[in-house]
Design a protein around this ligand. Structure first.
Ligand SMILES: [Zn+2]
Ligand SMILES: [Zn+2]
Length: 304
């Protein structure tokens, strides 16, 4: 290789790396961050606006344009020229989503509704991403160990696009409010967050248990345990991911429920008590997990 090439090749490599967009989780449309969207944040928002039991002050305070902007913000922070946010792996977004919800409480007390809306949007982004198991903390490592570094990355990349594209235009089902095991609403945001983190840690752990032991952590393990449209789980075996979309729509429904519930508990306070009045169905974590409340004609804890 000539002297010029010794210089040119590294420069080209740096340019290519710098221009490659960081791989994101759910599409902005799925998050509800685009105009005319029917994504996660939009469905959570319209559930609140349509609810006759939520006080007008809250409905008037919330502003969709700020929520929508917030719902896209964390992906913009990751890109040029900011590079401010880390990759949206599951453990990271679990923590971030909870932090932003906690800020909502404080901002509402101060009466700064623009910021309340914006922060609700940001929280919706992070807790939307938390169900995107293609971005599991160990996902890439898992594939790289199974198939080698070069092939492994390509297989992971293919698979993760597949999962995310399947739900790009999906409108999540109307969310229910997640309540405690006795069917009671949580009395504080921090109680709800603690319970949510326990469940999400379970989810992250079960999806891909151990990147060092690839036989003990196949993505399909999680799907196999699900109660979903496809009952012949054999189709998921041996790395066949063509039918994973049966799971990806479910993941978006679960995200939406998590986001909606987080919003309600963040907006709930001692003067409005909205968590006890919202007209949405109530589901326990067990039901959220098993999706049994989605069985046609079967409703749990319908209050009104
Ligand atoms: Zn993201
Ligand atoms: Zn992705």
């Amino acid at each position: 290789m000539g002297k010029t090439w010794l210089f040119v090749v590294p420069v080209l490599a740096i340019m290519m790396l710098a221009s490659a967009p960081p791989s994101s989780n759910w599409n902005l449309r799925t998050h509800g961050a685009t105009y005319g969207t029917r994504g996660i944040a939009q469905v959570a928002f319209s559930t609140i606006v349509r609810d006759p039991n939520i006080p007008v002050e809250i409905k008037k305070g919330l502003e969709w344009n700020f929520i929508r902007t917030g719902a896209g913000a964390p992906d913009r922070w990751r890109q040029s020229p900011y590079y401010l946010d880390s990759g949206h792996t599951q453990t990271y977004v679990e923590i971030q989503g909870a932090d932003y919800l906690e800020n909502v409480e404080r901002l509402q007390d101060m009466g700064v509704w623009d910021n309340v809306s914006y922060y609700l949007g940001i929280a919706a982004h992070y807790w939307g991403d938390v169900m995107c198991y293609a971005h599991h903390d160990n996902a890439r490592l898992y594939y790289e160990q199974k198939y080698g570094p070069d092939l492994g990355y390509g297989i992971w990349d293919n698979y993760h696009h597949h999962l995310e594209l399947q739900v790009k235009y999906y409108r999540p089902k109307d969310p229910a409010l997640i309540v405690d095991d006795d069917g009671d609403e949580y009395t504080s945001l921090s109680d709800f967050i603690d319970a949510a983190k326990m469940r999400l840690d379970d989810f992250i752990y079960q999806t891909l248990r151990d990147s060092q032991n690839i036989n003990n952590g196949y993505f399909g393990d999680w799907i196999k345990s699900r109660k979903i449209e496809e009952t012949n789980y054999a189709v998921y075996a041996n790395g066949n991911v063509d039918n994973v979309h049966y799971g990806s729509k479910e993941l978006i429904d679960m995200s939406t429920e998590l986001v909606y519930s987080g919003w309600i508990y963040a907006l709930d306070n001692s003067s409005n008590n909205i968590a006890s009045y919202v007209s949405a169905d109530r589901i326990t974590w067990e039901q959220w997990w098993s999706r049994e409340h989605r069985t046609p004609g079967l409703t749990f804890y319908h209050k009104f």
